[in-house]
Design a protein around this ligand. Sequence first.
Ligand code: FPP
Length: 260
Amino acid sequence: MAENLVTVIFNYVDYKNQIKSKQLPKHIAVIMDGNGRWAKQKGLLRTIGHEKGSRAVREVVEASAELGLKYLTLYAFSTENWRRPKYEVDTLMKLLVSSLRKEIHRLQDNDIKLNAIGNLELLPSKVLDELLEVIESTKNNSRMILTLALSYGSREELVHVMKEIANNVKNNIISPEKIDETIINQHLYTQNLPDVDLLIRTSGEQRISNFLLWQIAYAELYFTDTLWPDFSKEELYLALYSYQNRERRFGKTSDQLSKQ
Ligand code: FPP
């Protein structure tokens, strides 16, 4: 009964029209989860779930650009995902290459710049070459920055940052007293991106799974039971509606905020 009511409300409320364009989050990050379960529920191979997942990627990228979002970051492959069965990893890599090839024109037409974060050296050369080619050919686009987190893990990123800073200290490029949040930000893979404002995770899991741990310090978290292949533009509007109806205090009190 409760579920039916939610479905009814969801179908009849036009969330898109309620989104305030002046209060959009600058940066949305998404943990796209549930491709495997989506496939299993339908008696299909997990890899079909990933294929359907790439359709949801297209829909969300399109909706984000239409709304005027500036930064969208998608967790497409984690450092831990390398431990999956070889067949699944190979399929995901092939899917990435074919999606990049297919989407390059759409990215150009929509003035979207592609970016990637992660330990990219671990990617097969075919994937890396294709990725670098699309990054190069979209580098002058400016409507929205679409970042794919590939072979990404936040702890690996932080280790990389610490090694770089330690080397700079060793080589007298910086003194330890000068290390602050700005310096750390400058060494993250996300150095050109603002902090995440809204983190969305699909599939009912409520955890962060080693994604952008530093960058989500003040992000609003939004969890939905929807499995990633079923995530649609409407679901994105609903997440934005929820975000815009929260109070972000950044450590201050409500009273302080209302006086600002
Ligand atoms: C999580 O579902 C999803 C992934 C590990 C991969 C995400 C990849 C895509 C959405 C497809 C292609 C991406 C791009 C950018 C074109 P899961 O397999 O962990 O699902 P489960 O938890 O139900 O097993």
